[in-house]
Structures are given as C-alpha cells and as structure tokens.
Ligand binder design. Structure first.
Ligand SMILES: Cc1cc2nc3c(=O)[nH]c(=O)nc-3n(C[C@H](O)[C@H](O)[C@H](O)COP(=O)(O)O)c2cc1C
Length: 187
C-alpha cells in the first residue's frame, strides 16, 4: 500500500510539474511587437529598451515626410505639427508597413505626447491594420504630461482591438522598469 501511495505521489508530481512547465511556456509564447514613432529620439530609446526587455520585434513608424525642427515648433500655430494636431482628421502618411501584423498578439505602441495626446501619425497607424483579437498597449514620453485621452482615441480608431490606457515613461526609464510594467500583458 505504501509503495502504491509513493508511486501515485510520483505520478502526480510529474504530472503537475509538466503542466506547470506547459503553462510557463505559454506565458512567454506571445508574439509581441513594439511599434514606435519618435521625432527627436526620446521615445525611440524607451521603445528599444522595452523591445529588448520583453524580447519583442521592433518597428519604427517613420513618417513619409520627416518632421523638421520648424515642423515641430509648438509655439508656431502654423507649424506642421500645430496644423496636424488641430485637425482630428489629419492622417500623416507612414513610409513603411509592418510586414505581417497578423502574427502579433500584443502590440506596444510608443509615441511622444503632442498637445496632450498621441500624434496624428499614430492615428494613421491605428487605422492601417486589422487589430482584431490583439491587445494594444500605448506608451509615451513627454515633457511632463500624462497619456491624456490617447488610449481612448486609439481605441475609437481600432474598435476591433483591445486598447489599454497605457503609461507615460520618463526618457531614462530602465529596461527593468519597462519589463515589470510590460509583463502584465504577456502572461
Ligand atoms: C509638437 C509638440 C507638442 C508637444 N506637446 C507636449 C505636451 O502636450 N505635453 C508634454 O508634456 N510635452 C509635449 N511635448 C514634448 C514631447 O512630448 C517630448 O519632448 C517627447 O519626449 C519627445 O519625444 P521624441 O524625442 O520621441 O519625439 C511636445 C513636443 C512637440 C514637438
């Protein structure tokens, strides 16, 4: 009887361990993309650290027409960024496309905060793909503003996606900080 109990215990242990291992595997099996737009390099730095931290593919959302310093002058009401951001229907063209968006489960979308929200080129990005069944997690850098309504607006442009409100990071956010934050959606 003792022997039988030991054998049963052994079988149970092996079964539970392999099950736990399968679960563990599943946790890291998500296909993850970090897509980002960065006009002056700050968000690019955070995006690259995030992609390394969670072992994700990296895609730069490059504008077809690069933003010059004059374009970025927020004090000038007639600058390109001011004009774009004052018009909710503005959709600046993106140079390249993600090769196969269908393979990703989670898409982190990074950008600088412009006028308290996501830049218009992010709106172009959100309307360029079928995000059905995907989780979209916004992240941003800024002078000091938070995410504002970025997540809500992005959700309205991609109703098939599950778009979260996301988080604003400081320019020097560490790989460890980004990983702790991102792991929540990679379980
Ligand atoms: C047109 C424009 C508008 C901006 N609006 C805001 C804003 O509303 N709040 C804020 O804190 N920072 C604002 N900033 C600052 C940027 O969000 C910040 O410098 C960001 O880290 C730049 O990221 P990047 O280097 O990836 O482009 C603005 C910058 C520009 C060029």
């Amino acid at each position: 009887m003792k022997k039988l109990i030991s054998v049963l215990t052994l079988i149970l242990t092996v079964f539970t361990t392999s099950n736990a291992k399968a679960e563990e595997g599943k946790m890291t099996d998500k296909n993850v993309l970090v897509a980002y737009f960065s006009a002056t390099g700050t968000t690019a730095g955070v995006a690259k650290r995030l992609a390394t931290a969670v072992n994700a593919d990296l895609f730069e959302i490059k504008p077809q027409q690069v933003y010059t310093e004059a374009d970025l002058d927020w004090r000038d009401k007639k600058s390109r960024s001011s004009i774009e951001m004052a018009d909710a229907s503005s959709r600046p063209a993106i140079a390249d496309k993600v090769e196969d968006m269908s393979k990703y489960d989670v898409v982190f979308v990074g950008f600088p905060i412009w006028w308290y929200r996501e830049p218009s080129i992010i709106d172009t990005f959100m309307e360029s793909y079928d995000f059905s069944g995907k989780t979209v997690v916004p992240f941003a850098t800024s002078g000091s503003s938070g995410m504002g309504k970025s997540g809500e607006i992005m959700q309205s442009l991609a109703p098939q996606a599950k778009v979260l409100s996301g988080k604003r990071f400081s320019a020097d956010a560490s790989e460890a900080e980004l990983k702790t934050w991102a792991d929540e959606w990679l379980k």
